[in-house]
Design a protein around this ligand. Sequence first.
Ligand code: TPP
Length: 277
Amino acid sequence: MNPDKTCFAASVRKRIIEATLHAGVSHIGGSLSVVEVLRCLFNGILGIDAKNLWSRERDQLVLSKGHAALALYAVLVEKGFLPEELFQEYGQKEETVMGIHPELGIPGIDAATGSLGHGLPIGVGFALSFRMKNQPFHVFVLAGDGEFNEGSNWECLPIALHYRLDNLTLIVDRNRLQLSGFTEEMHPLEPLGEKFSAFGWDVKEVDGHNMEAVGEVLREAKNRKNGLPLVVIAQTVKGRGVVEIENKVDSHYCGISPEVARKYLDVSFQGGSGVIP
Ligand SMILES: Cc1ncc(C[n+]2csc(CCOP(=O)(O)OP(=O)(O)O)c2C)c(N)n1
């Protein structure tokens, strides 16, 4: 293991594709859409390193869209936080902690998620606890846009404002798709930013695949002291990087053929260059 090494979006994408190929099926679409956000969080935003990996006394990340666990595992293994042998168990073993959804007990996983609509409530609790204990840590919650079908998410918004939780940042992966269709056709969310604003939250929008822009907005998020919780709406593409499934409903939970996988896995890349963005 080489703890705390830089991870690159291209290598994370390759791992997601390879693991999907071997497992036969995964939540590949929603995993590929959050690669840049996770990569930025783990490269210099989250105060997490090999020494405090298991600690609650550090910034916390709640992957509320728990079905995208494969993306998080891929980042953790690239960072050297998750052992390679454990990662290789994904989709290969009945008895493994490398499940479809993240569980406590896996290095770098701060909350067990998978049942949608619970990550933000957990994140509000973490942030409130840091505030009450006067601890300087920040909480990031990464949620899907389809997750805003869940009333529990909306119930949290006034609570976070009431407690002035500027140590809380919600990132919404706005890929405009949910399990079986486009959000605006199934459960319309727009104008999403205005809805968060109406709850008194600060709102920012960013191109969720532009690493520099994402890094900047998340760095600023961590340094805020204005008493307002923040939502970052990250405009993304479901399945990003694998053109065969990009922006397709079926990308939610599917396999990848060896031919398609080979197209992406065979390219030689160094540090993020190559065909896979
Ligand atoms: C409470 C709950 N209801 C239903 C599901 C099944 N489910 C898994 S993913 C998903 C769609 C989520 O959409 P979104 O949050 O937009 O995820 P993305 O499209 O980014 O993968 C659903 C309904 C679940 N995990 N939890």
